[in-house]
Design a protein. Structure first.
Ligand code: HEM
Length: 329
């Protein structure tokens, strides 16, 4: 029987909302704002348009995406105008940093970002960060549900930490640094899931890599998924084993956030979101993954579970008195 404290939810949909809120807060200090709901709906349209054929009839996904993008840009315009009008310099967020940098660069046009560039950057961040992080957390919860031994070790670490840290709504960066095992769980989940399974590149000049001759102008895909599951790089690559990261990884063997000049800009934020989520989930809820299907959605930008990962979640009232209740089952 399901008690009134128990919820069944499609984890990925719920997580997209959480990550979207976190991103808007970090980027623009937008919280409890009526603009948020419309913004999220429009961003979904933009993401859908990115996968659509570019056919410009008003009813196509592509055109809906273009219209949604215009509305998003108007909303961002409004926010920026409001900030400039009230000279709201007190926010310490991403948008404010871009606006301040822009003013600092003074009249030197070469260093100034146009308003369009600032808005593009904010939108890029949301699109790049929201679905990727939501998918990564979903996979992590699924792997934990399938690996009770890992979950037990993780739970012990997180309960120990919960007793040490001061009670309150927020975890500090110092708290996150006290999660060595959880950090490996995060890393192992990212390795197994390969959220961005390949990166497209264009060869700018003739070159040779490990004996393979590559011509200028060729399109090359870096096959991240195969690298992450290569038995020469990872022992028993299909086993979810966070302790494999006790040792340093071989160079270029962990590419969850890319590598080199185009390394993910939101890497630290993504890791922080994953750790905070883990801590809250483990110390406040018990849960069970209802559908163990591992099929991947074909029509998606990132590696995402087709089922969305339905879970049954029950809130635990008193974490100190009821440690037996924790866990995924
Ligand atoms: C678990 C979550 C995430 C994963 C797995 C991920 C993965 C990646 C990967 C693999 C790349 C490089 C793609 C390439 O080389 O072609 C990338 C780039 C990027 N990511 Fe992330 N990302 C995540 C979260 C985020 C977040 C939260 C943000 C924003 C706050 C973000 C912003 C970006 C941006 C702006 C780029 C482009 C960097 C550039 O081209 O210079 N990502 N991400």
């Amino acid at each position: 029987m399901i008690s009134e404290k128990t919820l069944i939810l499609i984890l990925v949909s719920y997580l997209v909302q959480i990550t979207f809120k976190a991103m808007c807060r970090m980027l623009m200090s937008l919280e409890d704002d009526p603009k948020l709901q419309m913004l999220q709906e429009d961003i979904t349209h933009v993401c859908e348009a990115m996968l659509a054929f570019p056919i410009r009839f008003p009813w196509t996904r592509f055109c809906k995406g273009l219209r949604a993008r215009k509305r998003i840009m108007s909303t961002l315009d409004l926010i920026m105008t409001e900030r400039r009008r009230c000279s709201q310099g007190n926010q310490k967020d991403f948008m404010q940093c871009l606006l301040v940098e822009d003013e600092k660069s003074g009249s030197d046009e070469a260093y100034r970002m146009t308003d369009t560039e600032i808005k593009d950057n904010v939108l890029t961040m949301i699109i790049a960060g929201q679905d990727t992080t939501a998918s990564a957390i979903t996979w992590m919860v699924k792997y934990l549900g399938e690996n009770q031994d890992v979950l037990d070790t993780l739970r012990a670490e997180q309960l120990h930490l919960a007793e040490k840290i001061s009670p309150g709504p927020s975890l500090t960066l110092e708290d996150l640094a006290e999660m060595p095992y959880a950090s490996k769980v995060v890393k192992e989940s990212l390795r197994m899931a390969s959220i961005v399974p390949w990166f497209p590149r264009l060869a700018l000049q003739d070159c040779e890599i490990e004996g393979f001759k590559i011509k200028k102008g060729w399109n090359i895909n870096v096959d991240v998924k195969s690298i992450h599951l290569d038995p020469n790089l990872y022992n028993g690559p299909n086993k979810f084993n966070p302790t494999r990261f006790n040792d340093d990884s071989k160079p270029y063997s962990f590419l969850a956030f890319g590598m080199g000049a185009r390394t993910c800009l939101g890497m630290n934020m993504a890791k922080a979101m994953m750790l905070v989520f883990l801590h809250r989930l483990i110390t406040t809820y018990k849960w069970k993954v209802i559908d163990s299907d591992s099929s991947i959605e074909k029509w998606a930008l990132f590696s995402r579970l087709k089922s969305g990962c339905p879970v049954q979640v029950t809130r635990i009232d008193n974490r100190k008195d009821d440690t037996s209740a924790y866990g995924s089952h």
